[in-house]
Design a protein around this ligand. Structure first.
Ligand code: PMP
Length: 294
């Protein structure tokens, strides 16, 4: 089935989808994005993603490209036109628009709105529960990583370094040797005392939607949860470590740099949280009306 993209009002074959070379997303990374999982044709936690998109746009003073009602219709149509997959990812990007290159905001232009859908193998517990290694690297990003901007160069470089080191993710480290987050995920540890720890969602990290859901699930499971910064040294002494994200779900960590975490298998609390998160996704997929049938 051919992939259908959305570009400024038109549904087009992805091969033929184009934006202007003077789009400010291309020239200045002057744009924001969201990635939302699709499960059985249902967009998972869509309201939370749209809420964050609205906030990112507002922070950068980029206009909302179409009404929120229209945006929801386009989202549904994109899922439908791409076959309402059993599993996939929907990508939304909004840039400030196209104008002759000049740093200051141009006036009288419309934002660019682009969407794509990628179909992927359904998330199987057997695969998700496999532990992966992470490396630590200095956090080289600007001071507003809480805004989901398309300016991702340090994230790209960090992820590439992880790949080259045989790891899956890089955890970024601030000037005080505390972990901020992963290049595309939020970082968590579980202390020897069983405390579930993740950095507070201040301006130093992206407040992940998965992070928010997992925090809620952890509290519901009766785990002791603490939103506080933790150091690299503390992480290396943790009993369990994992990271969360729309594409990673809840991913156990077996190694941080050269330090093994646990016995290389998923730890009991991480496992509990992965199962709870999977149940959350499946319940939403089962209880919502798939967009294709709405
Ligand atoms: N932090 C960063 C830097 C990310 O890119 C992502 C993934 N977009 C996350 C955290 C996780 O966010 P979410 O759970 O909303 O996917």
């Amino acid at each position: 089935m051919s992939r259908i993209a959305y570009v400024n009002g038109a549904y087009v074959h992805q091969r033929a989808a184009r934006v202007h070379i003077e789009d400010r997303g291309f020239q200045f990374a002057d744009g924001v994005y969201e990635v939302c999982a699709i499960r059985r044709g249902v967009l998972i936690d869509m309201d939370l993603h749209l809420e964050r998109l609205a906030w990112s746009l507002d922070q950068l003073r980029i206009d909302v490209p179409v009404s929120w009602r229209a945006l929801r219709i386009i989202l549904a149509e994109m899922v439908r036109r791409n076959g309402a997959p059993a599993f996939g990812l929907l990508y939304i990007q909004v840039t400030r628009g196209t104008a002759p290159r000049n740093h200051a905001f141009p006036t009288g232009i419309a934002p660019t709105l682009v969407m794509t859908v990628r179909t992927l193998p359904a998330p199987a517990y057997a695969v998700l529960q496999r532990s992966v290694a992470v490396i630590t690297r200095p956090d080289l990003r600007w001071r507003r990583p809480d805004i989901k901007s398309v300016s991702l160069l340090p994230n790209v470089l960090g992820k590439q370094e992880a790949m080259e080191a045989g790891a899956y993710e890089a955890w970024l480290v601030d000037d005080e040797q505390r972990i901020t987050e992963g290049t595309a995920s939020n970082a968590w540890i579980i202390s020897r005392e069983g405390e579930v720890i993740t950095r507070p969602a201040d301006r130093s990290i992206l407040n992940g939607i998965t992070r928010r859901v997992v925090l809620r699930l952890a509290r519901r499971l009766g785990l002791v949860v603490s939103e506080r910064a933790f150091s690299v040294a503390e992480a290396k002494q943790a009993r369990e470590a994992f990271f969360t994200g729309t594409t990673a779900f809840v991913k156990p960590v077996s190694r941080i740099d050269d330090t093994a975490i646990g016995n290389g298998e998923i730890g009991p609390h991480t496992d509990e949280l992965l199962r709870a998160y999977l149940a959350h996704v499946e319940a939403q997929a089962a209880n919502s009306v798939p967009v294709a049938r709405r």
